[in-house]
Design a protein around this ligand. Sequence first.
Ligand code: HEC
Ligand code: HEC
Length: 173
Amino acid sequence: MNYRLLPIVLLATFGLAVAAETGTATRAPNAQPEIDFPLDAPAPDGRRPGGTITHEFTPPKLQDDENKDVRRERNYPEQPPTIPHSIRGYHVDINGNKCLACHSRANSSKAQAPMISITHYTDRDGQTLAAVAPRRYFCTQCHVPQQDVKPLVENNFQNIDVLLQHELPQDRQ
Ligand code: HEC
Ligand code: HEC
């Protein structure tokens, strides 16, 4: 190849590349990308079974949180207990933590609420702090209210007591 022509070849290639770029830029900025699947494709059967991708369902009605004030059984000892009371309007932010108004060490006796356990005072290095550990500050990351609704997915979880019962020899059951 004649190297004296190299700059010209390079310039031409660059020019072509720029032209190609501006070519696409002339498309309307909010044009829809081309979709190559049929719009009536069946929707994935997950929490929204049936229908098609574009089919809109009426969402189920919002239910009230269960508010019976009775502590629920835990499925295993490490489970964060579910919240047995309403938490509507309880703020947890930079200015304050409504949950701790009842569940902190000092307030739990006044509110007759169970005190947050020692794990809530322990930081990630295993140090026990004087106040609730930052990683346990946002209570609803782990603790959630419950609603009396049909479960979205089937669940055949069996707790340890049931499993141990199966392990027992027949004559001791
Ligand atoms: C006005 C006081 C009060 C406030 C505020 C409050 N709680 Fe409670 N909480 C209680 C009481 C009392 C109980 C014991 C069961 C009952 O009476 O509902 C309880 C029970 C619980 C339990 C069940 C504990 C167990 O061992 O089963 C959890 C979890 C809980 N609360 C989390 C929270 C969270 C998270 C917040 C903040 C969003 C919060 N609570 C705010 C008073 C309160
Ligand atoms: C990172 C997850 C996590 C966060 C955040 C968290 N908890 Fe817990 N909580 C747990 C787990 C797990 C348990 C059960 C085992 C234990 O005590 O550590 C528990 C237990 C509890 C209990 C029952 C204690 C007992 O001895 O019966 C209460 C009450 C509680 N949490 C309240 C709160 C409150 C209030 C906050 C916010 C200040 C909070 N938790 C933040 C995970 C969390």
